[in-house]
Design a protein around this ligand. Sequence first.
Ligand SMILES: Cc1cc2nc3c(=O)[nH]c(=O)nc-3n(C[C@H](O)[C@H](O)[C@H](O)COP(=O)(O)OP(=O)(O)OC[C@H]3O[C@@H](n4cnc5c(N)ncnc54)[C@H](O)[C@@H]3O)c2cc1C
Length: 460
Amino acid sequence: MKYDVIIVGAGPGGIYSAYELTSRRPDLKIAVFEAGHELTRRKCPIDGKKIKSCINCKPCSIMNGFGGAGAFSDGKYNITNDFGGTLHEYIGKDTALELMHYVDSINCRYGGGRTKMYSTAGTAFKKKCVQNKLTLLDASVRHLGTDINYVVLENLYGLLKDKADFYFDTPVSTLKKTDEGYTAVTDKGEFEAPECIISAGRSGSKWMEKVCRELNIPTKSNRVDLGVRVELPAVIFDDITNELYESKIVYRTKKFEDNVRTFCMNPHGIVVNENTNGIVTVNGHSFEDEHRKTENTNFALLVSKHFSEPFKDSNGYGENIARLSNMLGGGVIVQRFGDLERGRRSTVSRIEDSTVRPTLAATPGDLSLVLPKRILDGIIEMIYALDRIAPGVANDDTLLYGVEVKFYNMEVQLDENLETMYKGLYVIGDGSGVTHSLSHASASGVYVARHIAETYGHQE
Ligand SMILES: Cc1cc2nc3c(=O)[nH]c(=O)nc-3n(C[C@H](O)[C@H](O)[C@H](O)COP(=O)(O)OP(=O)(O)OC[C@H]3O[C@@H](n4cnc5c(N)ncnc54)[C@H](O)[C@@H]3O)c2cc1C
């Protein structure tokens, strides 16, 4: 089968590539290959009764399928160059922001129009943070919520399905470079195109490494973020989340001068399991629908670990720590902050007696047996720092779930068009190592699509 453009992966990067290409160049024949199911067939079997924890489905419906890792996410589209990726280093700060706003306008047109946009600009909270040795990063955030995010994806699929050929449950096993362009090898046959956009995301990281190895595309990898997910009564963080919804706050630890940051805040949300390549870690969601809101707020506290030579496998380091928690707890471990401070494990009865009701059924245990001291010390320092701007964060009953790991895909060597050393082969989204968020991944898709739309058929 011959196409003009092949897209690998139907996460936000792939979807927005397809959206922009089909809008600008309806004359092009486009194929999208997706390892996971179409949106309506994506179901995680964990029901809390018969199936309580992850059973390692292949493909995992949380991470794979139309919508990618973002499909059941909280749908927070952060419009900023301060975090969420380094797209601006390739395409410039103004273009990156312009594309993120463009993506936001499409999300609004396709179902997200009634959701709220929050902003940190000019907030009094910024001053309070500085006074307490915390830094609040600048951003605007559109919070779609898991439910509206799903509606937007449904609508986008409704629009795109007649304009591009979608192949679900069709992982690309090998990508071959030919004289004419690229051949995607799948169990449904081989598909050729002169242009190929890879948007394989986090779940496709191992496959992406294989592609780079086979085609000799240079890469580098030296970062992983490790930490815990904090869950506490929503009222403690209400002043902050009502005004800003999502705040990225950074603290520099006294002891090691490491940066600890808040990440993925879910007011009135739930804590969830996340499965990356068979390793169960923790994450969070929240909902726009009032009926689905809980009495708790959760957010991650992460410490960034950058490794220097000769160590190269930063993700392997994170994976092994997560494996340790899976080994001890059979999955995610939960511990009361008071128990951690007293150097004892949490037990079922201590969690039951706690005033904070956990929203995830995790195994009570001891995170100090899992997390390296340097990381745990940083998290404890940060909890006390946050307690100064939101009294109650350091309460004994605050729950800590571990581990939360933010794996960074290795960075693929790309030029200012997000093109590899091979003409017509682009790598975008989280799989490129350039982005780590919905808005950056989507924007990178639009960017590459515009480039292809302008140049396709006009090359010498
Ligand atoms: C639980 C959760 C909550 C999150 N919440 C937020 C949030 O609120 N805000 C935010 O900004 N970010 C959030 N994120 C991160 C966000 O989802 C990602 O940054 C974003 O989805 C990246 O988009 P992507 O298109 O690059 O990759 P992905 O969304 O990972 O999509 C990649 C797709 O490629 C497919 N694929 C991989 N390999 C192959 C192959 N060989 N052949 C065919 N298909 C393949 C996969 O099945 C997948 O569907 C969250 C992530 C998770 C897991």
